[in-house]
Design a protein around this ligand. Structure first.
Ligand code: GMT
Length: 379
């Protein structure tokens, strides 16, 4: 197939999932055309079957805000015709599904271009649910030729908010070879000394991720005698709040802010415990990546996280904001190596059997075939 993929290239889990999906499809012989404003971050190399089409935008003083959605729609239509795309698969509904529908309509006298929308999280639970975007998001769902969601939770939330239920759940995935435990890596020695434990958090430091809770947890476990350090990977609006809180709580020297990193798996591979105290998480891709590296996860019992992390088997879940319970759970794991190893192995087993690319990519391919089949039957 010739597949067009649009993602947010620089920020968030949907861009990662869309980019890795494109690479996996190319490995399976499909031609993939990324259409976005810049090269997606995880797409380090373009191959024979991976192409990139940059959305060009003319600036004009009359525009207070540049109409990116229109430039994107124009590029989608141009690429669809030039590259003979079989379908367009957009990640994150707003505004990608609307641009794709516009592109489809603009070329429909020449050919039909099916649009598949994958819902990732805040496009439904936060941004899409806001009155300023709700009606157009609902229209985008209704007009898409196929809609997928990354968790059962997100499907349910979409039905509740948009009264729209033609959604297939296709979960996020990991490449089992890229995520592996590696305690001998020099990075472990760089981040923690002998006898020290390493807590790791990875996010874009938005409020919804509650990264300050990670600092609170570190301070609480250190106060109870744990010799632990915290590594915060990523960047975003809450970073300075985290730095300030670390200073206030006297744990600044035990907290390392690594900033944005392309090699997230390297950090997860050397962690003892992964922290994800989010207020909402439709899936929790970072938690899945940690499990794949045999790292037990301490997370909030919100959204799709319980579908990914099994409480008391691959990690511990708590109400969001309950940093006391989360700290107790960290202490339990740090104080019991046998439990930590058992949880870690169970996590990897669960990640690989339920969420490896070999399981999930065929689900996307079948979904594409179903949508294309339905369209040609109706033509
Ligand atoms: O909201 C974000 O964090 C960004 C968003 C995205 O689409 O980039 O992340 C969502 O999609 C990820 C990939 O499917 C999920 O793993 C995250 O749980 C989800 N984030 C939220 O629901 C907050």
């Amino acid at each position: 197939m010739n597949i067009g993929i649009t993602v947010y290239p620089t920020y968030g889990g949907s861009g990662i999932v869309g980019s890795e999906l494109g690479s996996e499809l190319a490995e399976r012989g499909h031609n993939v055309h990324f259409i976005s404003s810049t090269l997606p971050t995880r797409l380090t190399e373009l191959g024979e079957r991976i192409h990139f089409h940059e959305v060009e935008m003319m600036t004009y003083p009359l525009f207070e805000h540049q109409p990116y959605s229109l430039a994107l729609a124009t590029k989608m239509a141009t690429v669809a015709r030039a590259e003979n795309l079989d379908l367009l698969h957009v990640h994150y509904a707003i505004p990608h599904s609307i641009s794709a529908i516009l592109a489809r309509e603009s070329i429909k006298s020449k050919r039909y271009l099916p649009v598949i929308t994958t819902l990732h999280g805040t496009d439904i639970t936060l941004v899409g649910a806001d009155r300023s975007y709700l009606p157009i998001t609902k229209y985008g769902l209704q007009q898409s030729d196929g809609v997928t969601a990354v968790s059962k939770f997100l499907k349910k939330a979409t039905i509740e908010t948009f009264d729209y239920d033609e959604i297939e759940v296709i979960p996020n995935f990991i490449c089992a070879h890229s995520y592996k435990r590696d305690l001998d890596s020099p990075l472990r020695a760089e981040l923690a000394g002998d006898g020290e434990n390493l807590l790791v958090h990875v996010s874009n430091f938005r409020d919804v991720k509650r990264p300050v809770d990670c600092v609170e947890i570190l301070a609480k476990v250190r106060n109870k005698g744990a010799n632990a350090r915290l590594v915060m990977v990523g960047d975003g609006p809450q970073r300075s709040a985290c730095e300030y809180r670390a200073e206030q709580l006297g744990v600044k020297q035990y907290t390392h802010f690594a900033g944005k990193k392309a090699n997230i798996s390297d950090y997860l591979a050397v962690a003892d415990i992964f922290l994800l105290p989010s207020e909402l998480e439709s899936f929790g891709l970072a938690a899945l990546e940690a499990l794949a590296c045999e790292v037990p996860v301490i997370a909030s019992r919100v959204g799709g996280i319980p579908e990914v992390v099994t409480d008391n088997e691959t990690g511990f879940l708590s109400n969001f904001g309950d940093v006391d319970k989360m700290s107790e759970d960290v202490l339990k794991l740090l104080g019991d190596e046998e439990m930590r190893v058992r949880f870690g192995r169970a996590g990897r087993e669960s990640a690989v059997t339920r969420y490896s690319a070999t399981e999930i990519i065929p689900q996307y391919i079948s979904f594409y075939e179903k949508v294309l089949g339905a369209k040609s039957a109706n033509a």
